[in-house]
Structures are given as C-alpha cells and as structure tokens.
Design a protein around this ligand. Structure first.
Ligand code: IPE
Ligand code: IPE
Ligand code: MG
Length: 228
C-alpha cells in the first residue's frame, strides 16, 4: 500500500490559513492512518512526504516542512517504537539538512526490530532520481568487474533501488483529486492499482481509508495474462 498525500496546501488556503497550517494537519493525519493499518491487515505502507521537485516551492514552505519533519520524528519516535512500527526512509538524503538526516537514521535504527507495520517514508524522493542513483551504483559495479553486463536483469536493478527490501505496492492511493503520479515509485508501481480520491489529505480519515481499500478489493488484477 502506498499513498501520495496531496492537498494540504489547498486545505489550508480554503480556510484562509498559511500552507504550513495544512502540512501540520496533514502530519496529524499520518498518525491516524498509521494506527489504522494493523486493523486493516496492512503490513507495508509507503507514504510520499516530499518529492525531489518540491524544492521548487518557496523557501518559507520548504524550511517549514523540514522543521515539521524534524519535530514529527522527535515527537513520534517513542509511539512508533511502542506501536511495533518499523520506519524506513527512501529518497536522496544527501541534500537534506544533516540534523534531519541524523534523526532519520536514528529512527530507522531505533525501530529496526519492529515488524507489525513496515512504514516507509519517501522524503526527497523521486522515482527518476532513485532509478538514476541505482543505475550509477550498478554501473560502478560493472566498471569494477564485479558484475557482468549480461547478468543485469530487472531483479538486479531492483536490488540497487532504495526499496530493495520492500514488496511492490498493490495499491497506490492519491488524495486531493489529482490523477497523476508525480514521480512516485515509478519502477515499483508497474502493476499497481490506483485509487484517486477527491478528499484533501488532512480530511482523509480512517473511514475514507477503509472505503478506498474496500473498493480495491473488487479489482480484477490480470498482470498481462488472460483469466479463463
Ligand atoms: C502535499 O500537499 C504535501 C507535500 C507536497 C509536501 P501539497 O502541499 O501539495 O498541497 P496542494 O496540492 O498544494 O493542495
Ligand atoms: C506530490 O505532490 C508529492 C507529495 C505528495 C509529497 P505534489 O503536490 O508535489 O505534486 P504535483 O506538483 O501536484 O504534481
Ligand atoms: Mg500538491
């Protein structure tokens, strides 16, 4: 299961509030949804928190978001640990503030033994950037003579992706009415089902979540084959 959490800005603007107010409301929603996962039998959840393109936003919004990520990790670490949540981050950490990158590393280590829910947070993540970084590392292995070009197949490349230890998503949900993927999990979503819902992320409550998952249950997934 993966979610593109979109609509925080519009949610705030429609209330005459700054965009960051929407991001704060959105962060609270993350906790509600994470807590609902075990009831719904969801073991893997990947959420899109910040894209490689989101740096194009104003400095105020970007730095507000970075502060929010730091505060969220500090505040929620113990609850995530107690709740059996294993947290991992995907995306390029190099460009992030070192203080934030350290908090991310620490949260990963703190929760490494948990397995009730595998929560992956995509932060400074872009699908093209991920495939590019993976290819660069794969090419270095080839150049070093540790990997033969003819041995490179899809599973080889997948091993170099940030998501190497995670299953592909069966369902990708995007909130806020936009029907696009905005560079999220490009490789991994090859056969994912999509659900685009009009609800803005801060309004996406556990009941909405249950409803969307119920709809997914009716899908016929063929993976290119023909059913008899
Ligand atoms: C999603 O909400 C959160 C991030 C991209 C960080 P937006 O900030 O994109 O909200 P809208 O799409 O402008 O309403
Ligand atoms: C995608 O939302 C990124 C996240 C939800 C973090 P955006 O709001 O950045 O996507 P676009 O710009 O509408 O495609
Ligand atoms: Mg948006």
């Amino acid at each position: 299961m993966a979610i593109i959490m979109d609509g925080n800005g519009r949610w705030a603007t429609s209330r005459g509030r700054p965009r960051l107010f929407g991001h704060q409301a959105g962060a609270r929603r993350v906790s509600d949804i994470v807590e609902t996962c075990p009831d719904l039998g969801i073991r893997y959840l990947t959420i899109f928190a910040f894209s490689t393109e989101n740096w194009k936003r104003t400095q105020t919004e970007v730095s507000g978001l970075m502060t929010l990520f730091r505060r969220y990790i500090t505040k929620e670490a113990q609850r995530l640990l107690q709740g059996g949540v294993r947290v991992r981050f995907i995306g390029d950490r190099e460009r992030l503030d070192p203080k934030l990158a350290r908090l991310m590393d620490e949260l990963e280590q703190l929760t490494a033994a948990n397995e009730a829910l595998h929560l992956t947070v995509a932060l400074n993540y872009g699908g093209r950037d991920e495939v590019t970084r993976a290819t660069r590392r794969l090419a270095a292995e080839v150049a070093a003579g540790r990997l033969a070009p003819e041995d490179v197949d899809a599973s080889t490349l997948a091993r170099f992706l940030d998501t190497c230890s995670l299953p592909d998503p069966d369902l990708v949900i995007r909130t806020s009415g936009e029907a696009r993927i905005s560079n999220f999990l490009l490789w991994q979503s090859a056969y994912a089902e999509y659900e685009f819902v009009d609800t803005l992320w801060p309004d996406f409550d556990p009941d909405c979540f249950r409803e969307v998952i119920g709809r997914y249950g009716n899908r016929d997934r063929r993976f290119g084959a023909v059913h008899g």
